[in-house]
Each structure stands twice: as structure tokens, then as C-alpha cells.
Design a binder for this molecule. Structure first.
Ligand code: GRF
Length: 197
């Protein structure tokens, strides 16, 4: 009996470097053959998101669903859900998707919706994580891959990476150091999750 293909849909809003790292790892490590998993679509809520061209260059189809065209958060999330579900995803990956999701949307993808957050959760949920870590005097910072629940930046932790905070760091230099680690842990955490889905 052939197993059903595990389709992955990635949601982005911006640069898409985590998205690109994930697609490249999936392609280079032959997830298709080894795990029966492939990235089938990249969807952005921002028409001009830089990451769209990156996804296309990597051979992955892209779709735009502009949240500005919807009267409410619930209406946008319902349309997004329809778009995603047309791909019959085993896993939905948030990669710099800058939207707060409705509880209905999150419940629909329970257990198969993941995010990467640029802090060592449970510390520093929300925005400006690197500036806040520096201001708090942290000597380490990092990133967390977690399952998504209705509470922002909560949910089971799947992987974390730790980097030093250096005395000379700005939010930008710290973000760049963390991002290098994000590109390593996100694909590996997703690979591990795909094996138990
Ligand atoms: C990353 O720092 C990620 O942790 C956060 O948003 C940023 C997205 O960067 N959720 P990119 O679009 O993947 O380059």
C-alpha cells in the first residue's frame, strides 16, 4: 500500500529566509523519497513579500491572499483555510507569517501547525524580542520551534537553539546570529515532526 504524500504548506509575510531554508533542506535531503513529504505551496498575506520570488526560484508555487481585502480577521482566516486545505496539507508551517490567528483557524490545524519564534520561549513572546533580550541583560538568546495554540507564542516546544548575547550586540547583530540557527533548527524540527505525523 502506498502511503499518502505528506504535503507541506508554508505561510510567509516577508523575507522568507526560513521558508527558503526549509525548501532547500527538503530538496537536498530528498524528503520526497525518504519521508514522502514535499513543500507544495507558499502563501503570503502580503502581495510584495520578498520571499515569493525566492520560493518561485526554488520551484515552489506561490499564492497571495491579501488580508487587506477582508472585512474581519475571521473572514480572512476562513478564506486562508480554504486556500490551504485545497493542498490537503499534513503540516502547515508559519515562517515569519505576521498575523494573529483566530482560535477557529488554530483549532482546525491542531497538532499540524508550527511556528518559529526568535526568542527562547517562554521568554519574550511577541515582537522586538532581540532588543528586549539585550535590554533585559540576557547573556544568551535564541529561537524556538513550537506547535501553535490559540495563545500567542505558546504551545509545545519542538526545538530550541541558544546563541550568546555579546556586549557589542545591537538588535540587528543579535537577530542575524539567531537567524543562522533558525535556518538549521526549523528544517530539522519539521523533519522530526513529519516522521510522527
Ligand atoms: C524570523 O526571525 C522568525 O523567527 C520570525 O520572523 C522572522 C522571519 O524571517 N517569526 P524570515 O522571513 O524567515 O527571513
Amino acid at each position: 500500500m502506498t502511503e499518502k504524500m505528506k504535503n507541506i504548506v508554508i505561510l510567509i509575510s516577508g523575507a522568507g529566509s526560513n521558508m527558503a531554508a526549509l525548501i532547500k533542506t527538503a530538496q537536498e535531503d530528498n524528503w520526497d523519497g525518504l519521508l514522502g513529504a514535499r513543500v507544495v505551496a507558499v502563501i503570503s498575506n502580503k502581495p510584495g513579500a520578498e520571499g515569493m520570488a525566492l520560493a518561485q526560484a526554488l520551484g515552489v508555487p506561490t499564492q497571495v491572499l491579501d488580508h487587506k481585502g477582508f472585512a474581519s480577521r475571521a473572514a480572512f482566516d476562513a478564506a486562508l483555510q480554504t486556500l490551504i486545505d485545497a493542498h490537503q496539507p499534513a503540516l502547515v508551517v508559519l515562517a515569519g507569517f505576521m498575523r494573529i490567528l483566530t482560535p477557529d483557524f488554530v483549532a482546525h490545524y491542531a497538532g499540524r501547525l508550527v511556528n518559529i519564534h526568535p526568542s527562547l520561549l517562554p521568554a519574550f513572546t511577541g515582537l522586538n524580542t532581540h532588543r528586549r533580550a539585550i535590554e533585559a541583560g540576557c547573556t544568551v538568546a535564541g529561537a524556538t520551534v513550537h506547535k501553535v495554540t490559540a495563545a500567542l507564542d505558546h504551545g509545545d516546544i519542538l526545538a530550541q537553539a541558544v546563541v550568546p548575547v555579546l556586549p557589542c550586540d545591537s538588535a540587528e547583530t543579535l537577530a542575524a546570529r539567531v537567524l543562522v540557527q533558525e535556518h538549521l533548527i526549523y528544517p530539522q524540527a519539521i523533519k522530526a515532526l513529519l516522521q510522527v505525523l
